[in-house]
Design a protein around this ligand. Structure first.
Ligand SMILES: Cc1cc2nc3c(=O)[nH]c(=O)nc-3n(C[C@H](O)[C@H](O)[C@H](O)COP(=O)(O)O)c2cc1C
Length: 411
């Protein structure tokens, strides 16, 4: 299902021609002296690229190895045709869903994205506010800039919380307790990162490929080339730490040390027994993220999870893996009806949400789009993105002749 790759391993679609497009758009805007109009997700990506230091944009945008799975996520969705239907009274379209006892105006959750909070001042707080205002929720990454408590206080509501299995089980148990104390409505337990996939774009950009003083200077140079980011995040957005992990290493620890601690702490020995352990500790809704095989979906369901996220981690782990779109039908056959099925990868419009729904997903997550929107315009940008997704989904439902999603989508 995947297309060929472009030069330097860049994937097609949103990734290919990116530089040329940005230069062209920048020149056009400068020529007209106008602010950029953000009409679709590609515009948010362009704006993020102009706003962020190079290493940060590359970190968000990139996938692992040759980015084959990243490209598949987008390409496999795009090739699903929608069924146009007419004269069916679509005057009252309602895309809301209920998941784990919560009502969502839009079946789209902001996916956990590590370091997302560095893309705008105290970024996860801004994103959580925009999500709540749109009737949905942010799933906060273990490795967020803002802590669970900061996001809860700043947005007025606890976020969903995403947890990795780390070697230090004491830390994992303490994080579960912290999320429970904060009343996080759901725990997303990510299982597709026993070891990190290599991301060559991060090496080229200098995020991981340039250690020591040379690396610091390289990243500093890239940051100084983006004065608005330096002001908004680098100065006013401090502390630049990992909020949930700061308790372990001390809040004065430099970001590089946090990331080193984390890389050393992903646990390649994690097994199904660990998921059982998490199930015993976490009493609320438990969602396992990173499932692509029907047998793994069955194993998770047998342990008593409440939901799964069909996902290849946005094409950042096993390059060459199925897209969630390709994996979804087999997983719906295997466990549909017994657990909620969420999916992510490649959602770039409301039409993509409908495509995932049509394949049997109860809801979707989107990662890069909300971070691009956050980088482009903070809370306002994420709000605009969600309103755009909502409008696109409603039109797509109307033009496919639906006022509600089909009966198989409700439990
Ligand atoms: C920059 C970046 C960081 C991510 N960090 C995490 C993370 O901390 N935890 C996690 O479970 N998934 C993480 N993901 C994966 C996302 O949750 C999600 O599965 C993926 O972004 C979906 O693909 P999309 O970006 O095409 O929407 C990350 C993705 C990106 C792009």
């Amino acid at each position: 299902m995947c297309q060929a790759q472009g030069a330097h391993g860049n994937a097609p679609g949103e990734l290919r021609n990116g530089r040329r497009q940005i230069k062209f758009q920048s020149r056009r805007l400068l020529a007209r002296g106008q602010r950029m109009i953000l009409a679709d997700v590609a515009d948010f990506r362009t704006a993020a690229r102009r706003r962020l230091p190079h290493f940060l944009f590359e970190y968000i945008d990139g996938g692992s190895y040759q980015q084959v799975s990243l490209a598949r996520n987008v390409a496999d969705l795009a090739q699903l045709s929608l069924d146009q239907r007419v004269l069916r009274d679509v005057s009252a379209v309602d895309p809301s869903v209920t998941l784990f006892g919560q009502r969502f105006s839009l079946p789209l959750i902001l996916a956990p994205v590590g370091l997302a909070g560095l893309n705008a001042r105290r970024g996860e707080v801004q994103a959580a506010r925009a999500a709540l205002a749109a009737g949905t929720v942010l799933c906060l990454s273990t490795v967020s800039a803002c802590s669970i408590e900061e996001v809860s206080a700043g947005s007025g509501h606890p976020p969903w919380f995403q947890l990795y299995m780390l070697r230090d089980r004491g830390f994992v148990a303490a994080m579960l307790q912290r999320a429970a104390t904060a009343n996080c409505p759901a725990l997303v337990f990510t299982v597709d990162l026993p070891v990190p996939g290599a991301r060559y774009r991060d090496r080229r950009s200098g995020l991981t490929g340039a250690p020591g003083l040379a690396g610091d200077l390289r990243r500093l140079g890239q940051a100084l080339a983006r004065p608005r980011w330096c002001w908004d995040v680098g100065l006013l957005g401090r502390p630049l730490t990992l909020g949930n992990v700061a308790g372990v290493l001390g809040s004065g620890t430099p970001l590089g040390d946090f990331l080193g601690w984390l890389a050393d702490n992903f646990d390649p020995a994690a097994s199904w027994a660990d998921l059982e352990w998490v199930r015993q500790l976490w009493k609320g809704p438990l969602i396992v993220k990173g499932i692509l095989h029907p047998d793994d979906a069955r194993a998770a369901a047998a342990i008593g999870v409440d939901g799964i996220v069909v996902s290849n981690h946005g094409g950042r782990q096993l390059d060459g893996a199925f897209s969630a779109v390709a994996a979804l039908p087999g997983i719906v056959d295997a466990v549909g009806g017994s657990v909620k099925i969420l999916a992510d990868g490649g959602v770039r419009s409301g039409l993509d949400i409908l495509r995932y729904r049509a394949l049997g997903a109860d809801a979707v997550l989107a990662g890069r789009p909300w971070v691009w929107a956050l980088a482009a315009a903070g809370e306002r940008g994420v709000a605009q993105l969600l309103s755009m997704f909502d409008a696109e989904l409603r039109v797509a439902m109307a033009l496919t002749g639906q006022t509600r999603f089909g009966p198989s989508l409700h439990s």
